[in-house]
Unconditional design. Structure first.
Length: 150
């Protein structure tokens, strides 16, 4: 699948602003977790320096943490998310983030060399929330192969 990469957006509703004591345990490890992603096999790109006042981010609600990244394939992303040191932070997400009643993670295929925008990424999440998994917007549990329509 060298002609395609997998993009992901995940969002979390923080229990408090990132610079507060409640979020300190998460904030203190954020740089290390991001560096782990950057060095992980299969990593291609991640959004950095996002504007928390970006209208697309604001459309998700207050106190939202947004992560967008691109990976060589689903296996590489899954390995990072669930089998690297990132998994320890993931297990503690309840300490820092509210449970979400709607989808908070979306995956989609894109042509290799393409970088998703924040607007496109949020649209993919909204599509998943409205219509469920499809080749356009899916989850780890219900995956679709790249079909060439982007």
């Amino acid at each position: 699948m060298k002609h395609y990469h997998i993009a992901q957006l995940n969002t979390a509703h923080m229990r408090a602003p990132l610079d507060t004591p409640l979020m300190a345990g998460f904030a203190q490890q954020l740089d290390a977790i991001n560096a782990l992603a950057d060095a992980h096999a299969g990593f291609v790109w991640r959004l950095t320096g996002e504007d928390p006042n970006d209208p697309a981010i604001l459309s998700l609600g207050e106190n939202r943490l947004v992560n967008i990244s691109v990976w060589r394939d689903i296996a590489s992303l899954s390995d990072y998310a669930y089998r690297s040191d990132h998994a320890a932070a993931l297990r503690r997400r309840g300490d820092w983030f509210f449970p979400q009643s709607t989808a908070s993670l979306v995956l989609w295929w894109l042509k290799a060399g393409t970088i998703p925008t924040i607007v496109e990424s949020v649209q993919r999440l909204e599509d998943l929330r409205r219509h469920g998994p499809s080749p356009r917007a899916f989850t780890f549990r219900q995956q679709f192969p790249p079909d060439g329509t982007f």
